[in-house]
Design a protein around this ligand. Structure first.
Ligand code: NAP
Length: 344
């Protein structure tokens, strides 16, 4: 089968050659079903998350031995099932996430980790949903317990997790402030009906948000959703209300921010460190409920996936470039060539 292999750590954005960190193999062995409850899925689409990029660079917390097939969330069609599988049959449209291995034509997962894609939902969208929307749903709904009328500030708002946080914030009835860089991202966020969008390439976050809060007679930000870190976090802390929640999601800026404990004490802030992937081990039922709720929201049109870039496996270097160069608005996807020509 076709698979993208990470042979050595390094920048995956250059041309794919004999010596590049990533390369496509067209003769990789198909993964075998190893237990009665496993299912082999023919991958249709699989998403690029910032974490996948960091992992190939060797800068992610999980460091698999080389060589490995990167990739986490995906959608596809059930190709074969183990003898004990009861929930799925060949031909079902499914989506899921794995810690590795989705940048390939086939992947094997346990049936308990698979989700049925509702009729009418696009399969590429379903492959883009689990990590980005899953992270934001657990963060905002379960951890911060975002309420209608609360003020939510989303940093990196046009990125994969950011755009999902913006949409979930709206579904929860929050007043959503979105911060992103450049007019294309900001105009897109405005078209989604955010209450305020900060163009960080032009305006300072503190002044812009304070001005908005004043015009709406609001005191401050109740929930900070932060996948960026660095200076932006430091500045955003100046906007937080008494009793605010800080959701520590990631550090796309490359800088881990310091959140002073003395200020958290005085202001009664709650700081949530959130590692979504670990919920599978520690809180699997909650994760299942969360993803099923998101798939039902997708089917009802309450949320949508904005896929700004699509590539094939052999164009994976270009896909990683879109992430590296901060070009994505929403998700960057790899669509498997053979699957893409099938009628699903
Ligand atoms: N905790 C978890 O379980 C979890 C789950 C998923 C993702 N994450 C983390 O969340 C972060 C975002 O992931 P993602 O998949 O949404 O990435 P993404 O789609 O690439 O979005 C990242 C956003 O961060 C902003 N950014 C600011 N400084 C940046 C820089 N120096 N380089 C690149 N982007 C920068 C960019 O927005 P502007 O260009 O508008 O500034 C970009 O839109 C990553 O750190 C990732 O590891 C964590």
């Amino acid at each position: 089968m076709e698979a993208l292999i990470c042979r050595k750590l390094g920048d995956p954005t250059g041309p794919m050659t004999e010596t590049s960190p990533i390369a496509v193999s067209t003769s990789h062995p198909k993964p075998e079903i190893g237990s009665p409850t496993e299912v082999r899925v023919r991958v249709f689409s699989t998403s690029l998350n910032y974490a996948n990029y960091l992992q190939i660079l060797g800068k992610y917390q999980e460091k698999p031995p080389l060589p490995f097939i990167p990739g986490s969330d995906f959608s596809g069609v059930v190709e074969s099932v183990g003898s004990g599988v009861g929930k799925f049959k060949v031909g079902d449209r499914v989506c899921s996430y794995a810690s590795l291995g989705s940048y390939a034509e086939m992947i094997v997962v346990d049936e308990n980790h698979l989700f049925l894609v509702p009729d009418g939902c696009d399969l590429v969208d379903a492959g883009a949903l689990p990590v980005a929307f899953g992270t934001s749903h657990v963060a905002l709904v379960h951890r911060a317990q975002l309420k209608p009328g609360q003020v939510l500030l989303v940093l990196g708002a046009a990125g994969g997790v950011g755009l999902s946080a913006v949409q979930i914030g709206k579904v929860c009835g929050a007043i959503v402030i979105a911060a992103a860089r450049g007019p294309a991202k900001v105009n897109f966020l405005k078209s989604l009906g955010v209450d305020h969008a900060v163009n960080l390439s032009q305006d300072g976050i503190i002044e812009s948000v304070k001005q908005f809060l004043k015009t709406r007679k609001l005191k401050g930000v109740d929930v900070l959703y932060d996948p960026v870190g660095g200076k932006l976090t430091k500045e955003s802390m100046k906007l937080l209300n008494w009793g605010a929640h800080i959701l520590v999601i990631g550090f796309a800026s490359g800088e881990v921010p310091v959140i002073p404990a003395n200020i958290a004490l005085v202001k009664n802030w709650t700081i949530h460190g959130l590692y979504w992937g670990s919920y599978r081990t520690h809180c699997p039922r909650m994760l299942d409920d969360s993803l099923n709720e998101l798939l039902s929201w997708l089917a009802k049109g309450l949320i949508f996936l904005n896929i700004s870039h699509r590539y094939t496996l052999s164009e994976a270097n270009l896909a990683f470039s879109a992430i590296k160069e901060r070009e994505a608005i929403g998700k960057v996807m790899l669509v498997l060539a053979r699957a893409a020509t099938a009628k699903l």
